[in-house]
Ligand binder design. Structure first.
Ligand code: GLN
Length: 546
Protein backbone atom coordinates (compact mmCIF):
# COMPACT_ATOMS: atom_id res chain seq x y z
CA UNK A 1 0.00 0.00 0.00
CA UNK A 2 1.20 3.48 -0.84
CA UNK A 3 2.01 6.09 1.76
CA UNK A 4 0.98 9.72 1.28
CA UNK A 5 2.86 12.96 1.69
CA UNK A 6 1.03 16.28 1.38
CA UNK A 7 2.89 19.51 0.71
CA UNK A 8 1.08 22.71 1.68
CA UNK A 9 2.27 26.29 1.44
CA UNK A 10 1.96 29.21 3.82
CA UNK A 11 2.71 32.95 4.12
CA UNK A 12 3.06 33.71 0.39
CA UNK A 13 2.79 32.03 -2.96
CA UNK A 14 5.85 31.37 -5.18
CA UNK A 15 7.90 29.76 -2.41
CA UNK A 16 8.71 26.79 -4.63
CA UNK A 17 6.42 24.06 -3.30
CA UNK A 18 6.87 22.23 -6.61
CA UNK A 19 10.64 22.19 -6.24
CA UNK A 20 10.47 21.07 -2.61
CA UNK A 21 7.99 18.30 -3.53
CA UNK A 22 10.17 17.24 -6.47
CA UNK A 23 13.35 17.34 -4.34
CA UNK A 24 11.82 15.21 -1.62
CA UNK A 25 10.57 12.76 -4.24
CA UNK A 26 14.04 12.68 -5.83
CA UNK A 27 15.65 11.79 -2.51
CA UNK A 28 13.10 9.08 -1.73
CA UNK A 29 13.54 7.70 -5.26
CA UNK A 30 17.32 7.79 -4.81
CA UNK A 31 16.82 5.69 -1.67
CA UNK A 32 14.95 3.04 -3.64
CA UNK A 33 11.30 4.03 -3.18
CA UNK A 34 8.89 4.32 -6.10
CA UNK A 35 7.48 7.84 -6.03
CA UNK A 36 5.08 9.97 -7.98
CA UNK A 37 3.97 13.55 -7.45
CA UNK A 38 0.59 15.08 -8.18
CA UNK A 39 -0.66 18.64 -8.01
CA UNK A 40 -4.10 19.79 -6.91
CA UNK A 41 -4.88 23.32 -8.05
CA UNK A 42 -7.71 25.33 -6.50
CA UNK A 43 -8.76 27.34 -9.57
CA UNK A 44 -11.96 26.72 -11.49
CA UNK A 45 -10.50 26.22 -14.97
CA UNK A 46 -10.88 22.51 -15.75
CA UNK A 47 -7.21 22.52 -16.70
CA UNK A 48 -4.62 25.25 -17.38
CA UNK A 49 -4.88 24.72 -21.15
CA UNK A 50 -7.10 27.74 -21.63
CA UNK A 51 -4.96 30.04 -19.47
CA UNK A 52 -2.90 32.82 -20.98
CA UNK A 53 0.85 32.18 -20.40
CA UNK A 54 1.04 35.61 -18.73
CA UNK A 55 -1.44 34.32 -16.14
CA UNK A 56 0.00 30.96 -15.39
CA UNK A 57 3.25 30.38 -17.24
CA UNK A 58 3.68 27.54 -19.67
CA UNK A 59 1.13 24.79 -20.10
CA UNK A 60 2.88 21.45 -19.66
CA UNK A 61 1.60 18.54 -21.77
CA UNK A 62 1.89 14.91 -20.74
CA UNK A 63 2.19 11.81 -22.95
CA UNK A 64 -1.50 11.06 -22.51
CA UNK A 65 -2.39 14.54 -23.77
CA UNK A 66 -3.28 16.29 -20.51
CA UNK A 67 -2.72 20.05 -20.42
CA UNK A 68 -1.27 20.60 -16.98
CA UNK A 69 0.44 22.93 -14.54
CA UNK A 70 4.11 23.67 -15.17
CA UNK A 71 5.09 22.05 -11.87
CA UNK A 72 4.51 18.68 -13.55
CA UNK A 73 7.46 19.58 -15.73
CA UNK A 74 9.63 19.82 -12.61
CA UNK A 75 8.33 16.47 -11.41
CA UNK A 76 9.32 14.81 -14.67
CA UNK A 77 12.66 16.60 -14.93
CA UNK A 78 13.59 15.55 -11.38
CA UNK A 79 12.20 12.01 -11.32
CA UNK A 80 12.76 11.08 -14.95
CA UNK A 81 9.40 9.29 -15.08
CA UNK A 82 6.34 10.45 -17.00
CA UNK A 83 3.27 11.96 -15.36
CA UNK A 84 -0.27 11.74 -16.69
CA UNK A 85 -3.72 13.31 -16.50
CA UNK A 86 -4.16 11.83 -13.02
CA UNK A 87 -1.21 13.89 -11.74
CA UNK A 88 -2.95 17.26 -12.08
CA UNK A 89 -6.42 18.00 -10.80
CA UNK A 90 -8.20 21.34 -10.47
CA UNK A 91 -11.29 22.51 -8.62
CA UNK A 92 -12.91 22.83 -12.05
CA UNK A 93 -12.33 19.18 -12.85
CA UNK A 94 -13.62 18.09 -9.43
CA UNK A 95 -16.81 20.13 -9.80
CA UNK A 96 -17.27 18.99 -13.39
CA UNK A 97 -17.19 15.35 -12.26
CA UNK A 98 -19.58 15.96 -9.37
CA UNK A 99 -22.00 18.04 -11.45
CA UNK A 100 -22.01 15.45 -14.25
CA UNK A 101 -22.77 12.74 -11.72
CA UNK A 102 -25.57 14.86 -10.29
CA UNK A 103 -27.07 15.28 -13.77
CA UNK A 104 -26.87 11.51 -14.27
CA UNK A 105 -28.91 11.08 -11.09
CA UNK A 106 -26.09 9.28 -9.28
CA UNK A 107 -26.76 11.02 -5.95
CA UNK A 108 -30.25 9.54 -5.70
CA UNK A 109 -32.06 12.70 -4.64
CA UNK A 110 -29.51 13.79 -2.04
CA UNK A 111 -28.49 17.45 -1.64
CA UNK A 112 -25.06 17.69 -3.29
CA UNK A 113 -22.68 19.65 -1.07
CA UNK A 114 -19.05 20.72 -0.74
CA UNK A 115 -18.76 18.37 2.22
CA UNK A 116 -19.02 15.43 1.60
CA UNK A 117 -19.48 15.32 -2.20
CA UNK A 118 -16.74 17.67 -3.36
CA UNK A 119 -14.33 16.56 -0.64
CA UNK A 120 -15.07 12.89 -1.42
CA UNK A 121 -14.23 13.46 -5.08
CA UNK A 122 -11.01 15.27 -4.05
CA UNK A 123 -10.10 12.36 -1.77
CA UNK A 124 -10.87 9.78 -4.46
CA UNK A 125 -8.53 11.55 -6.85
CA UNK A 126 -5.86 12.08 -4.18
CA UNK A 127 -5.77 8.32 -3.56
CA UNK A 128 -6.05 7.24 -7.21
CA UNK A 129 -2.35 6.88 -8.06
CA UNK A 130 -1.67 5.30 -4.68
CA UNK A 131 -4.34 2.68 -5.33
CA UNK A 132 -2.74 1.70 -8.64
CA UNK A 133 -0.16 -0.38 -6.79
CA UNK A 134 2.63 1.22 -8.82
CA UNK A 135 4.02 3.49 -6.13
CA UNK A 136 5.34 3.29 -2.57
CA UNK A 137 4.93 7.03 -2.07
CA UNK A 138 2.48 9.56 -3.52
CA UNK A 139 3.36 13.18 -2.90
CA UNK A 140 0.50 15.63 -3.33
CA UNK A 141 1.27 19.30 -3.74
CA UNK A 142 -1.62 21.61 -2.85
CA UNK A 143 -1.61 24.70 -5.03
CA UNK A 144 -2.29 28.09 -3.45
CA UNK A 145 -1.58 29.31 0.05
CA UNK A 146 -3.15 28.12 3.29
CA UNK A 147 -5.92 30.54 4.25
CA UNK A 148 -7.18 31.03 0.68
CA UNK A 149 -10.95 30.57 0.50
CA UNK A 150 -10.67 28.36 -2.56
CA UNK A 151 -8.23 25.87 -1.04
CA UNK A 152 -10.46 25.05 1.95
CA UNK A 153 -12.05 21.90 0.44
CA UNK A 154 -8.59 20.54 -0.40
CA UNK A 155 -7.29 21.13 3.13
CA UNK A 156 -10.46 19.49 4.48
CA UNK A 157 -9.81 16.47 2.22
CA UNK A 158 -6.27 16.23 3.59
CA UNK A 159 -7.65 16.46 7.14
CA UNK A 160 -10.00 13.55 6.46
CA UNK A 161 -7.28 11.45 4.81
CA UNK A 162 -4.96 12.14 7.74
CA UNK A 163 -7.73 10.96 10.07
CA UNK A 164 -8.64 7.90 8.02
CA UNK A 165 -5.16 6.54 7.33
CA UNK A 166 -2.95 4.86 9.94
CA UNK A 167 -0.72 7.55 11.40
CA UNK A 168 2.38 6.11 9.77
CA UNK A 169 0.90 6.34 6.27
CA UNK A 170 0.49 10.09 6.02
CA UNK A 171 2.79 13.08 6.43
CA UNK A 172 2.06 16.76 5.98
CA UNK A 173 4.98 19.00 5.02
CA UNK A 174 4.29 22.72 5.30
CA UNK A 175 6.47 25.10 3.30
CA UNK A 176 6.72 28.60 4.68
CA UNK A 177 8.76 31.78 4.55
CA UNK A 178 11.05 33.17 7.26
CA UNK A 179 11.50 36.80 6.22
CA UNK A 180 14.60 38.74 7.13
CA UNK A 181 14.05 42.27 8.38
CA UNK A 182 17.07 44.29 7.36
CA UNK A 183 16.41 47.16 9.78
CA UNK A 184 16.16 44.79 12.74
CA UNK A 185 18.80 42.42 11.32
CA UNK A 186 16.50 39.59 12.30
CA UNK A 187 14.77 36.56 10.86
CA UNK A 188 11.09 36.60 11.74
CA UNK A 189 9.14 33.49 12.65
CA UNK A 190 5.74 35.06 13.30
CA UNK A 191 4.30 34.65 9.78
CA UNK A 192 5.18 30.95 9.98
CA UNK A 193 3.52 30.61 13.37
CA UNK A 194 0.39 32.25 11.98
CA UNK A 195 0.25 30.09 8.89
CA UNK A 196 0.70 26.90 10.90
CA UNK A 197 -2.01 28.09 13.27
CA UNK A 198 -4.32 28.74 10.33
CA UNK A 199 -3.64 25.28 8.95
CA UNK A 200 -4.30 23.79 12.39
CA UNK A 201 -7.58 25.71 12.64
CA UNK A 202 -8.57 23.99 9.43
CA UNK A 203 -7.81 20.70 11.16
CA UNK A 204 -4.48 19.77 9.59
CA UNK A 205 -1.42 19.60 11.74
CA UNK A 206 1.86 19.69 9.79
CA UNK A 207 4.53 17.15 10.73
CA UNK A 208 7.43 18.91 9.06
CA UNK A 209 8.02 22.64 8.50
CA UNK A 210 10.26 23.61 5.61
CA UNK A 211 11.44 27.20 5.92
CA UNK A 212 12.42 29.23 2.86
CA UNK A 213 14.98 31.78 3.93
CA UNK A 214 17.69 34.02 2.56
CA UNK A 215 19.81 33.60 5.71
CA UNK A 216 20.74 30.50 7.73
CA UNK A 217 18.34 29.59 10.51
CA UNK A 218 20.24 28.92 13.72
CA UNK A 219 19.36 26.29 16.31
CA UNK A 220 17.60 28.83 18.48
CA UNK A 221 15.26 29.94 15.72
CA UNK A 222 14.62 26.33 14.77
CA UNK A 223 13.70 25.60 18.38
CA UNK A 224 11.38 28.56 18.48
CA UNK A 225 9.61 27.51 15.28
CA UNK A 226 9.41 23.93 16.58
CA UNK A 227 7.95 25.03 19.92
CA UNK A 228 5.28 27.32 18.51
CA UNK A 229 4.41 25.09 15.58
CA UNK A 230 4.28 21.98 17.73
CA UNK A 231 6.88 19.84 15.95
CA UNK A 232 10.26 18.47 17.06
CA UNK A 233 13.28 20.69 16.23
CA UNK A 234 14.60 18.09 13.74
CA UNK A 235 11.33 18.50 11.83
CA UNK A 236 12.18 22.14 11.11
CA UNK A 237 14.05 22.16 7.82
CA UNK A 238 16.01 25.11 6.50
CA UNK A 239 15.57 25.76 2.77
CA UNK A 240 18.11 28.43 1.88
CA UNK A 241 17.98 29.99 -1.56
CA UNK A 242 20.03 27.82 -3.94
CA UNK A 243 22.04 28.84 -7.01
CA UNK A 244 20.05 26.36 -9.11
CA UNK A 245 16.86 24.42 -8.45
CA UNK A 246 18.83 21.23 -9.11
CA UNK A 247 20.84 21.83 -5.94
CA UNK A 248 17.75 21.77 -3.74
CA UNK A 249 17.63 17.94 -3.38
CA UNK A 250 21.20 18.01 -2.05
CA UNK A 251 20.38 20.80 0.38
CA UNK A 252 17.34 18.85 1.57
CA UNK A 253 19.52 15.77 1.98
CA UNK A 254 21.93 17.75 4.16
CA UNK A 255 19.02 19.00 6.24
CA UNK A 256 17.60 15.47 6.59
CA UNK A 257 14.17 16.14 5.06
CA UNK A 258 13.96 12.65 3.56
CA UNK A 259 15.03 10.95 6.79
CA UNK A 260 12.53 12.80 8.99
CA UNK A 261 9.75 12.02 6.52
CA UNK A 262 10.71 8.32 6.35
CA UNK A 263 10.90 8.17 10.13
CA UNK A 264 7.38 9.55 10.40
CA UNK A 265 6.21 7.04 7.76
CA UNK A 266 7.90 4.17 9.62
CA UNK A 267 9.99 3.32 6.57
CA UNK A 268 12.94 1.48 8.05
CA UNK A 269 14.40 -0.20 4.98
CA UNK A 270 16.07 2.27 2.69
CA UNK A 271 19.34 2.59 0.79
CA UNK A 272 21.96 5.28 0.94
CA UNK A 273 20.87 7.72 -1.75
CA UNK A 274 22.02 6.86 -5.27
CA UNK A 275 22.61 10.32 -6.74
CA UNK A 276 25.57 9.59 -9.01
CA UNK A 277 23.99 10.83 -12.25
CA UNK A 278 22.51 13.83 -10.48
CA UNK A 279 25.89 14.83 -9.06
CA UNK A 280 27.58 14.30 -12.44
CA UNK A 281 25.07 16.65 -14.00
CA UNK A 282 25.59 19.30 -11.30
CA UNK A 283 29.35 18.99 -11.62
CA UNK A 284 29.26 19.57 -15.34
CA UNK A 285 26.69 22.32 -15.00
CA UNK A 286 28.86 24.19 -12.51
CA UNK A 287 32.13 23.73 -14.40
CA UNK A 288 31.52 24.72 -18.00
CA UNK A 289 34.47 24.77 -20.36
CA UNK A 290 32.76 26.87 -23.04
CA UNK A 291 29.93 29.34 -23.45
CA UNK A 292 27.28 30.05 -26.09
CA UNK A 293 24.69 32.75 -26.41
CA UNK A 294 21.29 31.70 -27.68
CA UNK A 295 18.56 34.11 -28.72
CA UNK A 296 15.12 33.09 -27.51
CA UNK A 297 12.64 34.75 -29.85
CA UNK A 298 9.21 34.87 -28.31
CA UNK A 299 6.37 37.15 -27.41
CA UNK A 300 6.00 36.18 -23.76
CA UNK A 301 9.64 36.88 -22.89
CA UNK A 302 8.73 39.25 -20.03
CA UNK A 303 7.52 36.23 -18.09
CA UNK A 304 10.17 33.53 -17.87
CA UNK A 305 7.68 30.92 -16.67
CA UNK A 306 6.07 31.05 -20.12
CA UNK A 307 9.11 29.20 -21.51
CA UNK A 308 10.00 27.18 -18.40
CA UNK A 309 10.60 23.82 -20.07
CA UNK A 310 12.65 25.36 -22.89
CA UNK A 311 14.90 27.13 -20.39
CA UNK A 312 15.33 23.96 -18.33
CA UNK A 313 16.05 21.89 -21.46
CA UNK A 314 18.90 24.31 -22.18
CA UNK A 315 20.24 23.78 -18.66
CA UNK A 316 20.29 20.00 -19.26
CA UNK A 317 21.77 20.26 -22.77
CA UNK A 318 24.31 22.85 -21.64
CA UNK A 319 25.52 20.65 -18.78
CA UNK A 320 26.04 17.58 -20.95
CA UNK A 321 28.05 19.73 -23.37
CA UNK A 322 29.87 21.34 -20.41
CA UNK A 323 28.83 24.60 -21.96
CA UNK A 324 27.28 27.60 -20.27
CA UNK A 325 24.18 28.54 -22.25
CA UNK A 326 23.36 32.19 -21.90
CA UNK A 327 19.85 32.98 -23.05
CA UNK A 328 19.16 36.40 -24.55
CA UNK A 329 15.46 37.14 -24.71
CA UNK A 330 14.41 38.91 -27.84
CA UNK A 331 10.86 40.17 -28.05
CA UNK A 332 9.50 39.09 -31.43
CA UNK A 333 7.31 42.19 -31.63
CA UNK A 334 10.43 44.35 -31.59
CA UNK A 335 12.16 42.68 -34.56
CA UNK A 336 11.75 44.33 -37.95
CA UNK A 337 13.47 43.94 -41.32
CA UNK A 338 15.41 47.13 -40.54
CA UNK A 339 16.72 46.22 -37.11
CA UNK A 340 17.03 42.41 -37.31
CA UNK A 341 20.80 42.50 -37.94
CA UNK A 342 21.53 44.64 -34.92
CA UNK A 343 19.01 42.75 -32.74
CA UNK A 344 20.48 39.33 -33.47
CA UNK A 345 24.15 40.17 -34.00
CA UNK A 346 26.57 38.17 -31.86
CA UNK A 347 24.28 35.22 -31.16
CA UNK A 348 25.48 31.64 -31.57
CA UNK A 349 22.04 30.17 -32.14
CA UNK A 350 18.42 31.13 -32.48
CA UNK A 351 15.39 29.44 -30.99
CA UNK A 352 12.01 30.58 -32.24
CA UNK A 353 9.47 29.78 -29.58
CA UNK A 354 5.97 28.25 -29.68
CA UNK A 355 2.96 30.53 -29.53
CA UNK A 356 -0.55 31.35 -30.64
CA UNK A 357 -2.11 34.17 -32.63
CA UNK A 358 -0.66 36.80 -34.91
CA UNK A 359 1.07 39.16 -32.45
CA UNK A 360 4.82 39.06 -33.05
CA UNK A 361 4.84 36.58 -35.95
CA UNK A 362 6.39 38.94 -38.51
CA UNK A 363 9.36 39.44 -36.16
CA UNK A 364 9.72 35.68 -35.84
CA UNK A 365 9.74 35.34 -39.63
CA UNK A 366 12.48 38.00 -39.89
CA UNK A 367 14.51 36.12 -37.28
CA UNK A 368 14.21 32.85 -39.23
CA UNK A 369 15.37 34.63 -42.39
CA UNK A 370 18.38 35.97 -40.54
CA UNK A 371 19.30 32.48 -39.26
CA UNK A 372 18.82 30.89 -42.68
CA UNK A 373 20.88 33.48 -44.54
CA UNK A 374 23.65 33.78 -41.95
CA UNK A 375 23.96 30.02 -41.41
CA UNK A 376 23.24 30.61 -37.74
CA UNK A 377 22.10 27.44 -35.91
CA UNK A 378 18.30 27.52 -35.87
CA UNK A 379 15.76 25.60 -33.84
CA UNK A 380 12.04 26.27 -34.30
CA UNK A 381 9.49 24.75 -31.96
CA UNK A 382 5.84 24.36 -33.00
CA UNK A 383 4.88 27.91 -34.07
CA UNK A 384 8.64 28.44 -34.54
CA UNK A 385 8.71 25.59 -37.06
CA UNK A 386 5.62 26.98 -38.80
CA UNK A 387 7.36 30.37 -39.10
CA UNK A 388 10.36 28.65 -40.74
CA UNK A 389 8.00 27.08 -43.28
CA UNK A 390 6.37 30.45 -44.01
CA UNK A 391 9.70 32.25 -44.29
CA UNK A 392 10.94 29.70 -46.81
CA UNK A 393 7.74 30.04 -48.86
CA UNK A 394 7.96 33.82 -48.95
CA UNK A 395 11.68 34.31 -49.51
CA UNK A 396 12.82 31.16 -51.33
CA UNK A 397 9.75 29.84 -53.13
CA UNK A 398 8.62 33.38 -53.92
CA UNK A 399 5.09 32.99 -52.52
CA UNK A 400 5.03 36.53 -51.20
CA UNK A 401 1.81 36.34 -49.20
CA UNK A 402 2.39 32.82 -47.86
CA UNK A 403 1.04 32.43 -44.34
CA UNK A 404 -0.67 30.22 -41.83
CA UNK A 405 -4.45 30.33 -41.95
CA UNK A 406 -4.23 30.91 -38.18
CA UNK A 407 -3.10 34.47 -38.99
CA UNK A 408 -4.47 35.06 -42.49
CA UNK A 409 -7.44 33.08 -43.77
CA UNK A 410 -7.27 34.81 -47.16
CA UNK A 411 -3.65 33.98 -48.06
CA UNK A 412 -3.25 32.55 -51.56
CA UNK A 413 -0.52 30.21 -50.23
CA UNK A 414 -1.71 28.58 -46.99
CA UNK A 415 1.52 26.67 -46.39
CA UNK A 416 0.41 26.10 -42.79
CA UNK A 417 -3.22 25.07 -42.60
CA UNK A 418 -5.73 23.92 -40.03
CA UNK A 419 -5.61 20.15 -39.51
CA UNK A 420 -8.52 18.31 -41.05
CA UNK A 421 -9.61 16.97 -37.65
CA UNK A 422 -9.65 20.54 -36.26
CA UNK A 423 -12.01 21.99 -38.86
CA UNK A 424 -15.16 21.01 -37.00
CA UNK A 425 -13.82 21.81 -33.52
CA UNK A 426 -15.43 24.83 -31.87
CA UNK A 427 -14.82 24.38 -28.16
CA UNK A 428 -11.46 25.48 -26.74
CA UNK A 429 -10.54 23.31 -23.74
CA UNK A 430 -8.52 20.16 -24.44
CA UNK A 431 -9.35 20.11 -28.15
CA UNK A 432 -5.93 20.64 -29.79
CA UNK A 433 -3.82 17.80 -31.13
CA UNK A 434 -2.41 16.85 -27.75
CA UNK A 435 0.05 14.39 -26.30
CA UNK A 436 2.48 11.82 -27.67
CA UNK A 437 2.48 10.76 -31.31
CA UNK A 438 5.02 8.66 -33.18
CA UNK A 439 7.22 10.18 -35.87
CA UNK A 440 9.27 8.37 -38.53
CA UNK A 441 12.60 9.97 -39.32
CA UNK A 442 14.22 9.92 -42.77
CA UNK A 443 17.60 8.25 -42.87
CA UNK A 444 20.53 10.50 -43.63
CA UNK A 445 18.75 13.57 -42.27
CA UNK A 446 19.99 15.94 -39.56
CA UNK A 447 17.12 14.67 -37.40
CA UNK A 448 18.36 11.10 -37.83
CA UNK A 449 21.85 12.16 -36.91
CA UNK A 450 20.46 13.87 -33.78
CA UNK A 451 18.15 11.10 -32.61
CA UNK A 452 20.21 8.13 -33.85
CA UNK A 453 16.99 6.21 -34.32
CA UNK A 454 14.17 5.91 -36.82
CA UNK A 455 10.99 6.08 -34.77
CA UNK A 456 10.53 8.63 -32.03
CA UNK A 457 7.62 9.69 -29.85
CA UNK A 458 7.13 13.35 -29.02
CA UNK A 459 4.43 15.48 -27.42
CA UNK A 460 2.20 17.86 -29.31
CA UNK A 461 -0.03 20.85 -28.66
CA UNK A 462 -1.28 22.55 -31.82
CA UNK A 463 -4.12 22.89 -34.32
CA UNK A 464 -2.29 23.89 -37.50
CA UNK A 465 0.10 21.81 -39.60
CA UNK A 466 2.39 21.86 -42.62
CA UNK A 467 0.20 21.82 -45.74
CA UNK A 468 1.27 18.70 -47.65
CA UNK A 469 0.01 20.21 -50.92
CA UNK A 470 3.30 22.14 -51.04
CA UNK A 471 5.63 19.32 -50.05
CA UNK A 472 7.29 18.91 -53.48
CA UNK A 473 7.95 22.65 -53.81
CA UNK A 474 9.82 22.58 -50.52
CA UNK A 475 11.81 19.45 -51.23
CA UNK A 476 12.84 20.70 -54.68
CA UNK A 477 14.00 24.03 -53.26
CA UNK A 478 16.07 22.53 -50.41
CA UNK A 479 13.85 22.19 -47.37
CA UNK A 480 13.37 18.56 -46.32
CA UNK A 481 10.44 17.11 -44.45
CA UNK A 482 12.59 14.72 -42.47
CA UNK A 483 10.04 13.54 -39.90
CA UNK A 484 6.47 12.43 -40.50
CA UNK A 485 3.68 10.82 -38.58
CA UNK A 486 3.58 7.24 -39.96
CA UNK A 487 -0.22 6.99 -39.78
CA UNK A 488 -1.40 10.19 -41.42
CA UNK A 489 1.69 11.68 -43.06
CA UNK A 490 1.61 14.92 -41.02
CA UNK A 491 4.98 16.66 -41.31
CA UNK A 492 6.62 16.80 -37.89
CA UNK A 493 10.17 17.92 -38.77
CA UNK A 494 11.58 20.23 -41.42
CA UNK A 495 15.25 21.00 -42.05
CA UNK A 496 17.38 22.87 -44.56
CA UNK A 497 19.88 21.12 -46.81
CA UNK A 498 22.58 23.72 -47.11
CA UNK A 499 22.85 24.83 -43.56
CA UNK A 500 24.96 23.55 -40.66
CA UNK A 501 21.99 23.25 -38.29
CA UNK A 502 18.48 24.33 -39.19
CA UNK A 503 15.63 22.31 -37.77
CA UNK A 504 11.96 23.00 -37.07
CA UNK A 505 9.79 20.59 -35.13
CA UNK A 506 6.02 20.61 -34.92
CA UNK A 507 6.12 18.98 -31.49
CA UNK A 508 7.48 20.15 -28.13
CA UNK A 509 10.81 18.41 -27.43
CA UNK A 510 11.38 20.61 -24.37
CA UNK A 511 8.68 18.66 -22.53
CA UNK A 512 10.74 15.49 -22.56
CA UNK A 513 14.11 16.81 -21.45
CA UNK A 514 15.18 15.66 -17.99
CA UNK A 515 18.35 15.93 -15.89
CA UNK A 516 19.17 12.30 -16.63
CA UNK A 517 18.00 12.38 -20.26
CA UNK A 518 18.73 15.75 -21.84
CA UNK A 519 16.77 16.05 -25.07
CA UNK A 520 18.83 15.15 -28.16
CA UNK A 521 17.63 18.11 -30.27
CA UNK A 522 18.63 20.57 -27.53
CA UNK A 523 21.93 18.74 -27.07
CA UNK A 524 22.61 18.87 -30.82
CA UNK A 525 21.58 22.51 -31.03
CA UNK A 526 23.92 23.56 -28.21
CA UNK A 527 26.73 21.58 -29.88
CA UNK A 528 26.03 23.37 -33.18
CA UNK A 529 26.02 26.73 -31.37
CA UNK A 530 29.40 25.81 -29.82
CA UNK A 531 30.78 25.04 -33.28
CA UNK A 532 29.37 28.29 -34.61
CA UNK A 533 30.91 30.19 -31.71
CA UNK A 534 34.37 28.67 -32.17
CA UNK A 535 34.35 29.52 -35.89
CA UNK A 536 33.29 33.04 -34.93
CA UNK A 537 36.11 33.32 -32.39
CA UNK A 538 38.77 31.93 -34.73
CA UNK A 539 37.73 34.35 -37.45
CA UNK A 540 37.90 37.27 -35.03
CA UNK A 541 34.19 38.01 -35.18
CA UNK A 542 33.63 38.34 -31.45
CA UNK A 543 31.43 41.37 -31.42
CA UNK A 544 29.71 42.39 -28.23
CA UNK A 545 26.08 41.46 -27.83
CA UNK A 546 23.30 43.97 -28.05
N1 GLN B 1 -0.57 28.25 -32.92
C1 GLN B 1 0.04 27.12 -33.58
C2 GLN B 1 -0.94 25.97 -33.73
O1 GLN B 1 -1.90 25.87 -33.01
C3 GLN B 1 1.29 26.67 -32.85
C4 GLN B 1 1.03 26.16 -31.47
C5 GLN B 1 2.26 26.07 -30.61
O2 GLN B 1 3.27 26.72 -30.86
N2 GLN B 1 2.18 25.28 -29.54
O3 GLN B 1 -0.73 25.15 -34.59
Amino acid sequence: MAKYIFVTGGVTSSLGKGIIAASLAKLLQARGLKCTIQKFDPYINVDPGTLNPYEHGECYVTDDGAETDLDLGHYERFLNIPTSQANNVTTGRIYQTVINKEREGDYLGKTVQVVPHITDEIKRRMMLLGNSGEFDIVITELGGTVGDIESLPFVEAVRQIQWELPEEDCVVVHLTLIPYLKAAKELKTKPTQHSVRMLSQEGVHPNVIVCRTEHPINAEIKRKIALFCNVKPEAVIEAMDASTIYEVPLKMLEEGLDVIVMKKLHIEKFNTPELGKWNDFLNKYKNPTSKVTIGLIGKYVELQDAYKSILEAFVHAGAINQCKVQIVNVHSEHITADNVDSQLKGLDGLLVAPGFGSRGVEGKIEAVKYARENKLPFFGICLGMQMAVIEFARNVLGYKDAHSTEMDVNTTHPVIDLMEAQKTVTSKGGTMRLGAYPCEIAEGSLAHCIYQTQTISERHRHRWEFNNKYIDDYINAGMQTSGKNPQNGLVEIVELNNHPFFIGVQYHPELKSTVENPHPVFVGFVRAAKDFSSVKISSGLTEALV
